[in-house]
Design a protein. Structure first.
Length: 255
């Protein structure tokens, strides 16, 4: 059986202007009883949000008992002057995320080029089979409005579960990005962040995707609208797509 509790691969920042989103790929576990691989299995999802700037946020998530598990947490943040953190950059950064008291590892963190928005992905290989709190803690001196979502999977390789990445920017009503590598039966998860004053715009995930969370901290420019989706990979030209009800400058990353 492969070792567990291995760190996720950390990827470099990818910075652009406009709506910011991330996605990343988790690798399917080869079947131990058959020669072919089997699908990554969706387990459960959960979400939470703040309605004001906070230094921490917690909510309950259920991880099932299936083998070879992976927990992924996406965080959508509206950067602001409440996020000095001693660096004078007004960038809100997550210091730590835990599930059932066990620390997750950061997989990717990105800011829009104007530093208005930030999205982070964190992951935990082999999370406990438990109903427990996920706790997001901001860096000392930072407080922010944020939308969070978590998805747990099973049947995921336990060493190096992140396979590929990619980024794209759009200024029209359709957004699509593909990871740099994918194989049949992998799973892809994405997270987006949009200024809160854009919540009147309709937003729809691609037909192959399942929306797992979608919420906003409010409807002002200082708020954030965040969400995420998942899909399985057909093994070729996989992409994460979103259709918008009007033209919006957007940014989307696949990790």
């Amino acid at each position: 059986m492969p070792p567990t509790n291995q760190p996720l691969t950390t990827h470099p920042d990818c910075r652009q202007w406009g709506r910011l989103a991330l996605a990343f790929l988790v690798s399917a576990l080869p079947s131990v009883v058959q020669a072919s691989v089997t699908d990554v299995i969706y387990d459960a999802s959960s979400t939470s949000k703040s309605t004001s700037a906070v230094s921490s946020l917690s909510w309950s998530h259920v991880v099932g008992s299936a083998a070879d598990r992976l927990l992924v947490v996406g965080v959508s943040i509206a950067n602001s002057s409440t996020c000095d953190g001693g660096d004078n950059l007004n960038i809100c950064e997550v210091e730590s995320i835990t599930f059932n008291g066990v620390a997750l590892t950061i997989a990717q963190a990105n800011n829009s080029s104007d530093n208005a928005l930030r999205v982070e992905h964190w992951g935990l290989v082999a999370p406990n089979n438990a109903t427990a709190n996920i706790v997001v803690t901001m860096k000392t001196g930072d407080s922010a409005v944020l939308v969070t979502g978590a998805v747990s999977f099973a049947n995921v390789v336990q060493v190096g579960p992140v396979r590929g990445s990619g980024c794209a920017q759009s200024t029209d009503d359709f957004l699509s990005v593909a990871p740099s590598a994918t194989r049949l039966r992998d799973a892809v998860i994405d997270t987006f962040a949009i200024p809160g004053n854009s919540t009147s715009v309709a937003l729809f995930p691609g037909s192959a995707q399942t929306q797992r969370w979608n919420d906003a901290t409010g409807s002002s420019a200082a708020d954030v609208w965040g969400g995420g989706s998942t899909r399985s990979s057909p093994g070729f030209a996989v992409s994460m797509d979103w259709s918008l009800g009007s033209t919006v400058t957007t940014f989307h990353c696949v990790l």
